[in-house]
Design a protein around this ligand. Structure first.
Ligand code: C5P
Length: 222
């Protein structure tokens, strides 16, 4: 059986990581959450009080930063310079700043280089914004997940409440819309469906409906 690459792109909170994790598990593939890499750098830059608009300091910092992804029991663990930051990188401060960090060309080039190393041997499910367009343009399966802003905000709201976090639905809607706008309108590798990606609108689908569709597309290729 051939080990292929699966690229899953789409806007914020469209369920990419949930679905990607399950698909990877079913296939015995590795799962790479590329958003977590941008989040880890953003977290470190905030702690060091860098100006996030300035590319040079960010790229210098990134070049001295080790970001590692490990499979954990409750999903992927993210280590930043040997420290577990899995929880910290999901804070609203990081979430609302990450799109500023990720717009810089040199930052993206270095992140893409690292991501491509994870994918050299195939057998990966990678999720993000530019996987099908830039990171693995040769991926055998490319999926673009969509859902309305209201639906995505509602899902995130439910998830927050289940985890015992404070959550404001209206604020989530605004934050998700703002992040989509920055990610879609940036100059370098904006969020965009690859021409050969299959679009799946998940608004009225369950997680397992989406997983099944991706597994079907995958079986045609292996
Ligand atoms: O996927 P997640 O929402 O965790 O991504 C956080 C942010 O990282 C995105 O809003 C985007 O700015 C950036 N990102 C990116 N390219 C990727 C993955 C994430 O620019 N491949």
């Amino acid at each position: 059986e051939k080990k292929i690459s699966i690229a899953i792109d789409g806007p914020a909170a469209a369920g990419k990581s949930t679905v990607a994790k399950i698909v990877a598990e079913q296939l015995g593939y590795i799962y790479i959450d590329t958003g977590a890499m941008y989040r880890a750098l953003t977290y470190k830059a905030i702690n060091h009080k860098l100006n996030l608009e300035e590319e040079e300091n960010l790229i210098n910092m990134l070049n001295e930063t080790v970001i590692e992804l490990f499979p954990g029991e409750q999903g992927q663990l993210i280590f930043l310079d040997s420290k577990d930051v899995t929880k910290e990188i999901r804070s609203s401060e990081v979430t609302n700043s990450v799109s500023i960090v990720s717009k810089h060309k040199l930052v993206r080039e270095e992140m893409v280089r690292r991501q491509q190393m994870f994918a050299v041997n195939g057998g990966v499910v990678m999720d993000g914004r530019d996987i099908g367009t830039h990171v693995i343009p040769t991926a055998e399966v490319k999926v673009f997940l969509l859902a309305s802003v209201d639906e995505r905000a509602f899902r995130r709201h439910k998830e927050n409440i289940e985890k015992g976090y404070e959550s404001d639905l209206e604020q989530l809607k605004q934050e998700i819309a703002a992040r989509d706008k920055l990610d879609s309108e940036r100059e370098v590798a904006p969020l965009k469906k690859a021409d050969d990606a299959i679009e799946i609108d998940t608004t009225s689908l369950s997680i397992y409906n989406v997983v099944d569709k991706i597994m079907e597309l995958t079986r045609e290729k292996i």
